[in-house]
Design a protein around this ligand. Sequence first.
Ligand SMILES: NC(=O)c1ccc[n+]([C@@H]2O[C@H](COP(=O)([O-])OP(=O)(O)OC[C@H]3O[C@@H](n4cnc5c(N)ncnc54)[C@H](OP(=O)(O)O)[C@@H]3O)[C@@H](O)[C@H]2O)c1
Length: 383
Amino acid sequence: MRRIAILGSTGSIGTSTLDVVAAHPERLAVVALAAGRNRDLFLKQCEKFKPACVSVSSEEDARWLRSALNHAPEIHFGPEGLLACALHPDANTVVAAVVGAAGLQSTEAALRAGRRVCVANKESLVVGGALMKAAMEAGGGELLPVDSEHAALHQLLDGRDPQSILEVRITASGGPFREWPMARIQAATREEALNHPTWKMGPKITIDSATLMNKGLEVIEASVLFGLSVDQIAVTVHPQSQVHAMVGFRDGTYQLQVSANDMKLPIQYTLLYPDKVPGPVRPYDWEQARAWTFEAPDLERFPCLGLAYAALRAGGTAPAILNAANEMAVAAFLEGRIGFWDIQACNSEVLAHLSATPAASLEAVLAADRNARDNARSWLAMK
Ligand SMILES: NC(=O)c1ccc[n+]([C@@H]2O[C@H](COP(=O)([O-])OP(=O)(O)OC[C@H]3O[C@@H](n4cnc5c(N)ncnc54)[C@H](OP(=O)(O)O)[C@@H]3O)[C@@H](O)[C@H]2O)c1
């Protein structure tokens, strides 16, 4: 039985995870739920799944929840609450689905405690990739990627000799601005950027998909997860989002992973791995394959992808610096404080301004993250 703690249960990945859990009551059970500020949805989830341990962002919300609930779980709040859920002794599996570097410590702690960690929170791998792997090795934990491209790669690479791999290709939908000319992209509004053509996701990752920063973070994530060099990871734009990744072998052949674009598939894959059993998503409809197209990404109109490659090449804390700048810039864009094109400008400025140092400890990457946020804050204040 997988006894699960879901960190970020009220988000897009969190709610899909609960749908997968509900589809497999004989194999999956909820032990702990952690959310941020969405009180009403969280209350409904707690009433339905009756977790033994819960956490919310603030002490005030924790008090409100205690009075609103008609069962009495352990109730926590803040970063310690996330850790309490991640480390609950009855949980053997953690779904890391908080957004941003806020998920770093709980993901690391769960891996160190020997849990199976299904990681949607790609930022924690981008910021502290080597530390996550070290924690997993030290604690005997298991790290399975929820990102559809990386879950696809995990399936394609399972049992393969690393020497036989020429390259991997992760696909990108191209986002809402794939066909837009530069001038129109530069003036894109919040509503236009939030209008993703193929995936329904939380606001931060939706903006990252419009800038292609999301794909850049995923290139870094692939390097961490599969030990690939920067030159072995390519991006192919595939607007239909049905082929999620491809692996090229040294004999000149490729294998592709195909499925409907529904996150419940990779979530179920990570929860039930290595089993593949019927779940809440229907088998792939091959009529849709008639429309498949593939093209190269345009780094001029989408410079954030190039910045991620640069950060991966620079190594050390460079990915953490880029990620922190991007989190600050995306938040400012969503709040209407800066324009769409300012996101890449902020990321580029902060990455160029700060020197990367070795990402040797959690303290080192957290310091780089703080420093980059301060730098980005100053840059954004001048806009
Ligand atoms: N959505 C997708 O299809 C998708 C696909 C691949 C990877 N991912 C990755 O999965 C992660 C989650 O994405 P999402 O789209 O599900 O985001 P989302 O819809 O914005 O949900 C984020 C979740 O995290 C919670 N949260 C945020 N900050 C928190 C904090 N400091 N402490 C505790 N909880 C906190 C939110 O709580 P409240 O809402 O209650 O405030 C919410 O439950 C991201 O790293 C994203 O890149 C998402």
